[in-house]
Design a protein around this ligand. Structure first.
Ligand SMILES: Cc1ncc(COP(=O)(O)O)c(C=O)c1O
Length: 385
């Protein structure tokens, strides 16, 4: 049996999406900017994907911009907003638990003279709203706060966060990294009233190397990528048409099946949590086991083990999981995110992220928990010596 439980790192592309992409490669290889019929046909396909995604997020079609993925979307929004507004103020706000594609931009601007507030969180990664309220001043031009954390699934109360920020300074722009939230939570951006929101195709069964950015019609950004003006000048460069069309197809299917797929994922995750609780001792859940956590992720510490060793033991049984975010797990130091949440080194050392998709089933969970029991008992014996 092959069990893939690393869906926060990336997901399997849906068959229908693959078929759509192959079709585009074979038939629609024109450039959407070309003036002839082949170009026009391709442009129509790109527009169709934009319409599908704008409906899913409840925004206007002209507020969606295609990019090469989550990292680029975050950079275009954060750098674009700061560079546009830097004459108005030099205070920017983020959290201590952001993905590197946000965190490293803030480090860069900090080195270049900006005043940065990195918000603290509780032990599960919920930000401190009082600290947020206190730190916003007339000098604050941007707050970037993720919707769902990539290591433990904690959901920030973005609606409340927006109210707090805008009450203190209605000119402060709000960017939300929505990459782990898109397709997992119901997101209505018109209701939410934030200024920008990023997403990435490979996290919801579309290919890698394509993503998008919602930019409200109410904000203006300085472009980060200059070129021939594609995507209304917000992200120049010939469009990744197969990727965009594939991502549109993935969202179309997701939109139709959203409730069923999310209900299934939630059920599988709960089944896994219950099985771990009743079969394995000395554990600590590093995620909320309630509605404060996204339906697809749970982070657990198996005390007295080393997560990296456990990962390779499980790999021998064709079980694929993660010790944290895939992007940082090659960095051998302990998870900066779990450390920022205040976990002890011992807890971080044995922390594993399990992330599910609608492709998973209970039979796989039974297999994983059975092998977990065997591997953990072996590792604990060795570590006690
Ligand atoms: C919360 C979060 N932000 C940003 C990214 C980066 O997205 P991409 O891999 O599309 O560049 C990831 C990917 O792991 C993520 O989980």
């Amino acid at each position: 049996m092959n069990v893939y439980l690393d869906n926060s790192a990336t997901t399997r592309v849906r068959d229908e999406v693959i078929n759509e992409i192959i079709d585009v490669f074979k038939k629609n290889y024109g450039n959407p900017s070309s003036l002839h019929r082949m170009g026009f046909e391709v442009e129509k396909k790109v527009k169709n994907a934009r319409v599908i995604i704008s409906k899913f997020l409840n925004v206007n079609e002209n507020e969606i911009f295609f990019t090469s993925g989550g990292t680029e979307s975050n950079n275009i929004a954060v750098q674009g907003i700061i560079n546009k507004l830097k004459r108005r103020g030099n205070h920017i706000v983020t959290t201590k638990i952001e993905h590197p594609s946000i965190m490293n931009i803030f480090k860069y601007y900090e080195l270049n003279g900006f005043e940065v507030t990195y918000l603290d969180t509780n032990e599960f990664g919920l930000i401190n709203l009082e600290q947020l309220e206190k730190c916003i001043t007339e000098n604050t031009i941007l707050a970037a706060i993720m919707m769902v954390n990539n290591e433990n699934g904690t959901i920030q109360p973005i609606d409340e966060i927006r109210k707090i920020i805008k009450a203190k300074n209605r000119n402060t722009k709000i960017h939300v990294d929505g990459i782990q939230a898109f397709g997992k939570l119901k997101v209505d951006l018109k209701k939410l009233g934030i200024d920008s929101f990023s997403f990435s195709g490979h996290k919801f069964h579309a290919p890698k190397g394509v993503g998008g950015l919602y930019l409200s019609n109410n904000i203006n950004i300085e472009p980060v990528v200059y070129g021939a003006g594609q995507e209304s000048g917000k992200r120049a460069g010939t469009e990744n048409v197969p990727g965009i069309v594939g991502m549109g197809k993935a969202v179309e299917i997701l939109h139709k099946n959203f409730k069923n797929e999310i209900d299934h994922v939630s059920e599988i995750k709960q089944y896994f949590i219950d099985a771990v609780k009743s079969n394995i001792t000395d554990i600590r859940f590093n995620s909320y086991i309630d509605e404060n956590c996204a339906p697809h992720v749970v982070n657990v510490s198996f005390l007295g083990t080393k997560a990296e060793v456990l990962l390779h033991y499980l790999e021998n049984y064709n079980i694929f999981i993660s010790t944290g975010s895939a992007c940082s797990s090659r960095d051998k130091s302990v998870s900066k995110i779990l450390l920022a949440m205040g976990l002890k080194e011992k807890e971080i050392e044995g922390a594993i992220r399990f992330s599910f998709s609608h492709y998973n089933n209970k039979e796989e969970v039974d297999y994983v928990v059975d092998k977990l029991k065997i591997c953990i008992s072996e590792i604990r014996k060795i570590m006690k010596r």
